[in-house]
Design a protein around this ligand. Sequence first.
Ligand code: HPA
Length: 243
Amino acid sequence: MKRFALIGGTGALEVAAQAVAPGDVPSTPYGEASSPLLRWRSGDIEFCFLARHGLAGVIPPHRVNYRANVWALRDAAPDGMLGINAVGGISASACPARLVFPNQIIDYTWGREHTFNDGDLRPLQHMEFTEPFSCRLHALLIDRAAALELDYEPSGTYGVTQGPRLETRAEIDRMAGDGCDIVGMTGMPEAALAGELELDYAIIAVIVNRAAGRAPSGQGIHDEIGQFMAAGMGQVGRLLAAL
Ligand code: HPA
């Protein structure tokens, strides 16, 4: 039996539809996690899902207690942890409903509690973060997505913005110049915190819209999200079932 921890945004809650009744919200040295853990089994795998924005989806990206969430999932002793993150597509190949398995990340967020290694509960340490994601999990995702013939990009750079507002066209142009392929609001500090706890962590990014200034004129970002979220999350459900 393998156990996977999942941290998903509100749109990802549908992949946890078969979960059994949740227990209490986990309490950690960093405060309460965003939600109870939702658990279910699929074949030989036990999944343990935490709703990043709470079960009601009301915690904004900059107020998520990322430290408590990652700590709580680490306590579930997983063999691996996957973030499920809805994102906007910046590069031409980043089309709505497609999955991306990012291999790099750029952090544009500010003011978030972003480390365990600050000398409070754990000693000051400068974690190496050259490769921010687990090569093993990243390869596993690609392998299964290929076998299922999902619509996916095997790599990409995920730029993480502060939110909750969406970006301006100039901000997205700048991010494209920096090398970002996708943009979202929650990949950091989650990825770094998982690294600090030495968890095997990777992200399944679900493109739910074209980023600001990238859609054909007249197409609003919220319209696209409404149109593509379900198809993208449907692909995530199939991928998880095949892990
Ligand atoms: N920008 C930032 N975060 C997002 C987007 C976006 O276009 N789509 C989904 N999350």
